[in-house]
Write a protein that binds this ligand. Structure first.
Ligand code: FAD
Ligand code: NAD
Length: 442
């Protein structure tokens, strides 16, 4: 008889694992338990759906519906929450959220793909406080749409990925937007010069910025900051970070790593026999430092889900680790990073130097050509490229992806110049930004 595979969580990692296990083993007995109503949807698309619901309706964010999973012979149970894992007996206790019934199911292999949740705001709020919303799930997006009626002014807390993507979305909806970031600048983990360009872009589009400030109170239609500033608002969007959902796992004896997320092997196994974990609830190995890092990103969750699905279905796959490659868009600007910054590289015992390079994104005489700014981290001893941040209005995505491939392949700055890349004026200058960077660094 085929193994019974039980998967907890059905968005990115869980859904990918279920679909992969099905493909790899058509006879596998697969059960997915998902506490939300929705499954297999693109959280990453939520800001774009909210900004233009006619162009990107809710249904287009769903990759596979419950019915599609069931048609593939996967027992997909939505609104079913796993409340307990008994790893000794290999059973899970489930709450059917429709009927409140509690029941158990056994497993041969279990995947924990419980993801992450939005950090809760711990700020005093009076009865007259503006409503606070968050954006993590499709249901959060539905709720946000409901709350938008009559809203003219939005305060966004957090100048990270969601805060910035939503600042653009809210402006597109015609709202007045103010953004509050507690760090001295937005995207504090990026180079200061990159953050300043993002701030200039926000101001250009009329977003009011309050950096180095914390909210201390929500009262009478106002957000009150610790510097005494009161910002009138109709609604508050809290986008102040996420944390991994690990309580179910730890109660079952699953170990966490130093980042606070679940520790897993490259095969996505945990310390508990027959229990796997993948996605935002787990930590990854950084390919350059060999240290654990927590990278709660959709592409990582999908790739880890695939590895878990293959292994649970009896195959052999490994997740090699991450470089921390990420990209986002804020108005006309694209901002991306891969690998290590200067401080991270020093902490990992490299001997890094940092170079800033500006160049045109295409041949100068092409109308669409824009200035592309790169911040490169290179190891002085080996010449290896260790990291890159890219910011600009054109060619950021392609440049960062080449850099990620170069870092993955352990290329040196000299190698960058030698890469045989495609050239024609509408696409690139004669020396592509990556090659020009190689030339400058040599
Ligand atoms: P989740 O998406 O968190 O899914 C886990 C699921 O498990 C949830 O539905 C949860 O309710 C369920 N669950 C938890 N506990 C239980 C339980 N006990 N029983 C049953 N079900 C349970 N990443 C990118 O790489 N690029 C982007 O552009 C990008 N944009 C984003 C934009 C937004 C607005 C958001 C919110 C995220 C974005 N991300 C992006 C991050 C990306 O969406 C996540 O990394 C990805 O969703 C993680 O997938 P996951 O399956 O691990 O976890
Ligand atoms: P984030 O970690 O990117 O940013 C949170 C920001 O909020 C930080 O700058 C932090 O300093 C600030 N902050 C924290 N507490 C605050 C407070 N009380 N007041 C004001 N500012 C405060 O987190 P996020 O924006 O919530 O996004 C969550 C995760 O979703 C990200 O970590 C990322 O992994 C993922 N995501 C990725 C993308 C992308 O790759 N394009 C897009 C959206 C979300």
């Amino acid at each position: 008889m085929s193994d019974r595979l039980v998967i907890v969580g059905g968005v990115a990692a869980g859904a990918k694992a279920a679909a992969t296990a099905r493909r790899r083993n058509p006879a596998a007995n697969i059960l997915v338990l998902q506490q939300e109503t929705d499954v297999s949807y693109s959280s990453c698309g939520l800001p774009y759906h909210l900004a233009a619901p006619e162009e990107i309706p809710r249904s287009r964010l769903v990759a596979r519906t419950s019915e599609t999973f069931r048609a593939d012979g996967i027992d997909m149970r939505t609104r079913h929450r796993v409340e307990e894992i008994d790893a000794k007996q290999a059973i899970v206790t489930i709450r059917d959220l429709n009927s409140a019934r509690r029941y158990t199911e056994s497993y041969d292999k279990l995947l924990i793909a419980t993801g992450a949740e939005a950090s809760r705001l711990k700020t005093a709020a009076s009865l007259t406080a503006p409503p606070i919303v968050q954006l993590r799930t499709l249901a959060d997006a539905d709720h946000l749409v409901t709350c938008l009626t009559g809203v003219r002014k939005l305060v966004i807390l957090g100048g990270g990925y969601i805060g910035l993507e939503m600042a653009e979305a809210a402006c597109k909806l015609g709202l007045d937007v103010a953004l509050v970031e507690m760090a001295p600048r937005v995207i504090p983990s990026f180079d200061e010069a990159v953050a300043r360009m993002v701030e200039a872009m926000l101001r250009k589009h009329g977003v009011e910025l309050f950096t180095g400030a914390r909210v201390v109170e929500l009262d009478r239609g106002h957000v009150v900051l610790d510097n005494g500033v009161r910002i009138q608002t109709d609604m508050v969007l809290a986008a102040t970070g996420v944390r991994p959902c690990t309580a179910l796992a730890t109660a079952a004896g699953v170990d966490l790593g130093s980042t606070g997320a679940i520790a897993v092997s490259p095969q996505m196994t945990t310390n508990v026999e027959h229990v796997y974990a993948a996605g935002d609830c787990v930590e990854s190995r950084h390919v350059l430092t060999d240290r654990p890092v927590w990278m709660p990103l959709g592409d990582v969750a999908n790739r880890q889900g695939r590895v878990a699905g293959i292994n649970m279905a009896g195959g052999h796959a490994s997740f090699p680790g991450v470089l921390g490659t990420a990209i986002f868009k804020v108005f006309e600007l694209a901002v991306a990073r891969t690998g290590l910054g200067l401080a991270e590289a020093s902490a990992a015992s490299f001997f890094p130097v940092r170079e800033t390079i500006r160049m045109p994104s295409r041949a100068r005489y092409i109308r669409e050509s824009k200035t592309l700014q790169l911040h490169l981290t290179v190891d002085q001893h080996s010449g290896r490229v260790l990291g890159c941040e890219a910011v600009g209005e054109d060619a950021v995505d392609k440049t960062i992806d080449i850099m990620a491939a170069a870092i993955w392949g352990k290329l040196t700055a000299a190698d960058l110049f030698d890469l045989d890349l495609a050239y024609a004026p509408p696409f690139s200058p004669v020396l592509a930004p990556v090659q020009a960077a190689g030339e400058v660094l040599n």
